[in-house]
Design a protein around this ligand. Structure first.
Ligand SMILES: *Cc1c(COP(=O)(O)O)cnc(C)c1O
Length: 409
């Protein structure tokens, strides 16, 4: 038996906190993390006791009004950000709109938003929408990922990148990116969708200007749970004009004065818009408590261990020739996922799901496997690769039922 099949796993006890669906090996925590008992209990408690009994007094009594900030501070600890710089609100898409506006305003002599051709589409769509709104004041320039650093120039207002490529799992070198942007006078906007909760992130240390991310992937806060946004402390100092144009009443300096004129709150609070979704925020709060006594270095180490073991098992089963990895070979250059190319990747994924192994498919032809160090095990990796080998070698994916596409893939 390979030595790492029974490694010292400092996270082994965490799995018991999660609801593991029966007869299922869940390798899709990079899309929607599993439900924890923490989250289930907190949402029930928030409904029954807070909303149910204390009703409107809960805005003060249970701190509902400050939840976007208090939850934001808990996220901040996982992404190397100081308190008071991170908010939990809205979706990544909406937060990107706010952040892009702030960046273009701060770097107002420049118009270019630089990004990568295969960035997650919503990131690119949000720039395209802003371009429609702002006309000449916003331009979008797209380059291949490997050309990104060299493409940052004195014309670039902001570099918008997802730290971990959602298809390939490639992780960009933050320190290099930040240094290059700084040297050219460009701001940095990071999408941490596949970073937060997956490995340690150091925003302040790397001098990143802005970040967004979601809580329903590696943070396990539940479907559609609110996202987060980060603004570097240096951009939060007092200024005369608001940083972002979604002038919501909860981003006002005095929301309960109900004045007709907008005046932004100081600090990160001015990035708030409307009433926060308290049940969903309670879920994020509870999901983050699972991370309270966890060392993110352990999470990273186990994530690398699981993914290396996956590759080793696939090699042993003769699968890597049939469905080559499109992820970097060096685990230090990856996030917490692997992707494999096969023209029938969609059907293979469907066949795996039918046999209790949940992975996912990304167009045009990739099977994606996500590793959540909090609940996945080496034993699961072994069984899942054995199932994959059966599906592929015996061509069980060729059955008609595995070819039909659903609305969500
Ligand atoms: C999942 C994901 C999103 C999701 O954006 P929402 O607006 O929160 O739905 C955005 N960016 C990346 C890179 C993602 O992986």
């Amino acid at each position: 038996m390979p030595h790492h099949q029974h490694p010292q796993d400092p996270l082994a006890h965490v799995r018991a906190k999660f609801h593991i669906p029966a007869n299922t090996i869940y390798l899709d925590g990079n899309s929607l993390g599993l439900l924890s008992e923490n989250v289930r209990a907190r949402v029930a408690e928030t409904m029954q006791h807070q909303w149910g009994n204390d009703v409107i007094t809960s805005w003060n009594k249970h701190g509902w009004i400050n939840l976007p900030l208090t939850v934001g501070d808990k996220i901040a600890r996982l992404i190397g950000a100081p308190a008071g710089t991170t908010l939990c609100c809205d979706s990544i898409s909406v937060n990107l709109f706010k952040i892009l506006c702030a960046a273009l305003q701060i770097n107002s002599g420049r118009t270019e938003v630089l990004s990568t051709k295969d960035n997650f589409p919503t990131d690119l769509y949000m720039v395209q929408g802003l371009q429609q709104l702002l006309g000449e004041r916003c331009t979008l320039r797209l380059v291949p990922e490997h050309e990104l650093l060299d493409a940052i120039s004195e014309k670039t207002a902001a570099v918008l990148v997802t730290e971990v490529n959602f298809r390939t799992g490639r992780k960009l070198p933050l320190a290099d990116l930040s240094a290059r942007a700084r040297a050219q006078g460009a701001l940095t906007i990071l999408d941490l969708a596949h970073s937060a909760g997956a490995f340690p992130v150091q925003l302040l240390e790397n001098d990143i200007d802005f970040a967004v991310g979601c809580t329903y992937k590696y943070l396990n806060a539940g479907p559609g749970a609110p996202a987060f946004l980060y603004v570097a402390p240096k951009h939060l100092q007092q200024r005369t004009t608001p940083l972002q144009p979604l002038y919501g009443w909860l981003g006002h300096a005095e929301p309960f004065a109900f004045t007709a004129e907008y005046a932004p709150a100081q600090g990160i609070r001015q990035f708030l818009t409307g009433t926060p979704p308290i049940l969903a925020l309670a879920a994020v709060d509870a999901a983050l408590d699972v991370f309270a006594d966890i060392d993110m270095a352990d999470v990273r180490q186990k994530s690398i261990g699981l993914s290396e073991y996956w590759l080793e098992r696939m090699a042993a089963e003769g699968l890597l020739e049939l469905m080559p990895s499109i992820s970097p070979a060096n685990p230090e250059e990856r996030g917490s996922q692997l992707a494999f190319q096969h023209e029938d990747a969609y059907a293979i994924c469907q066949a795996l799901i039918a046999e209790g192994v949940i992975a996912d498919f990304r167009a045009p032809e990739y099977l994606r496997v996500g590793f959540s160090a909090l609940y996945n095990t080496y034993g699961e990796v072994e069984k899942a690769v054995a199932t994959l080998a059966g599906v592929v070698h015996e061509q069980r994916y060729e059955r008609a039922e595995f070819q039909e596409r659903s609305a969500v893939t």
